[in-house]
Write a protein of this length. Structure first.
Ligand SMILES: C[S@@+](CC[C@H](N)C(=O)[O-])C[C@H]1O[C@@H](n2cnc3c(N)ncnc32)[C@H](O)[C@@H]1O
Length: 205
């Protein structure tokens, strides 16, 4: 499977479906994937590092979470499985990715708590206890920055964002840029060339 134009709104790659399996925190997942969607051949290594190294929520977590750039939904499905009281907004511009994310959540019995939406469909008054993202880097730096400037301010007070970025695709400069905007950023892990960043409230708050 290719990743052709996975970040476009309507992939024109012919639909070839498949399934991938992975294990996170002792739980096994089998998710539907398809051509035209990011990393349809295997759980993306960056996403794997994020899910292994970031602080997964537990049964006490509450509120709304955001999976920003959800793809076929691996992060949203893990978060909703680990935290049964949480509602996860799974947001992507790619309609095929959204269809797969919704299908995967449904298959796991998470359909009522994984709300798959296009970016403009998220209600304006929702704030997020946590934002999780393996953000798109192929869209270019300006668009990546615009994406984070749009969504990070929607963290609820005391909220946390967990980001994974490939060091070779600007992980360290993104860290510096976020600090420059006033966010508190900690590099929580560095593995296989991926940086896991924990972003929290602006220091001026
Ligand atoms: C690196 S992929 C991660 C996908 C998935 N979370 C995973 O771990 O496999 C980034 C995703 O962001 C989506 N994306 C690109 N631009 C976006 C935007 N402006 N808003 C929301 N999602 C976007 C892409 O379609 C892609 O699915």
């Amino acid at each position: 499977m290719t990743a052709d134009h996975y970040f476009t709104a309507d992939p024109d790659a012919p639909l070839r479906r498949g399934e991938i399996e992975f294990t996170v925190a002792g739980r096994d997942y089998r998710l539907a994937v398809a051509s035209g969607v990011f990393s349809a051949g295997r759980l993306d290594p960056g996403t794997a590092v994020l899910l292994r190294k970031a602080g997964l929520p537990d049964g006490r977590a509450e509120g709304a979470f955001l999976d920003l750039g959800c793809g076929y939904g691996p992060i949203a499905c893990v978060l909703a499985s680990e935290a049964p009281q949480v509602t996860v907004y799974a947001v992507d511009v790619n309609s095929r990715a959204r269809d797969l994310a919704a299908e995967n959540a449904e298959r796991l019995g998470l359909g009522e708590r994984v709300l798959v939406r296009a970016p403009d469909e998220v209600p304006a008054d929702v704030t997020f206890a946590e934002i999780w993202s393996n953000p798109p880097t192929h869209v270019g730096k300006a668009e990546l920055h615009a994406l984070l400037e749009r969504w990070l301010p929607r963290l609820a007070p005391g909220g946390t964002a967990w980001l994974v970025i490939n060091r070779n695709l600007g992980g360290d400069s993104l860290h510096t840029w976020l600090v420059g905007l006033g966010w508190t950023v900690e590099r929580m892990a560095s593995q296989k060339g991926f940086r896991v960043l924990r972003v929290s409230g602006k220091s001026a708050d």
